[in-house]
Design a binder for this molecule. Sequence first.
Ligand SMILES: [Mg+2]
Length: 282
Amino acid sequence: MLPTASPLILFTDLDGCLLNKHDYDWSPAAATLQTLRDRQIPLVMNSSKTVPEMSQLARQLELADYPFISENGSVICWGGETGQPFGDVEIIGASRDHILEVLKSLKPQYRFRSFADLGLAGVAAETQLPEDSARMALARQGTEPLLWDDSDEQRNKFEQSLRDHQLSLTRGGRFWHVAGQTSKGRAMQAVAARLSHSDPSSQPSGQPILAAIGDSPIDQSMLDLADVPIGIPTPSGLGVHVDAGRGIIATAQGAAGWAEAVSQLLTRLERDSTAPSQSPLH
Ligand SMILES: [Mg+2]
């Protein structure tokens, strides 16, 4: 389904946004998802999840026609274009093989256990995931989570050692994540560039509007680069900065907030449309 003639491309985080935080339910967003499908507005998932995890979700959410972004901007799966089971995968930043090589070289100096060290049984035990889910979480291509077993001082040195190899360290929940030089925002721009590279005869009106939906600091890079940043509140309040002039802040959490914000966005675009008769929104 590439490229698109839609005047809007939506990028969305999953956990705490399109999917509720604890039960992973998206039924409050089902009607809005159908509206996006009816209007052929591309919805691109942009999450920390792996390609197998997201491929499964893409089928369940009927988003298999569109690309998606995995591992916090490290991997783009161009699934919709190729029709392959996991699509054509592009790694931006650093490959996991490279990350594992660097981690191996740092092993003598620091105490940590990465997913590769833990293995399937270890990952299942540490994440409390059933084995099938742990296997999908282990199927990584551009990031490596690790448990830090050393001091804070050592971690600062470790972070510098990673930087020397053009790698970064970010805190998740219990796990720290090693990645290359990338971000959710950078990956969003790469996907948007390819999606909006449309046939000039069919889309004379120029670049589509980019809207990005997130709930936590790791989403900030995509919100900052979007035309319309959309924040979904968390149980402890709003975890992202949303420019009040161009953005939308949902009042509800999770999938209900997601549906509320997207409906508001569609209403705003219809209202702002200067040539309604030519707009696919109508
Ligand atoms: Mg989230």
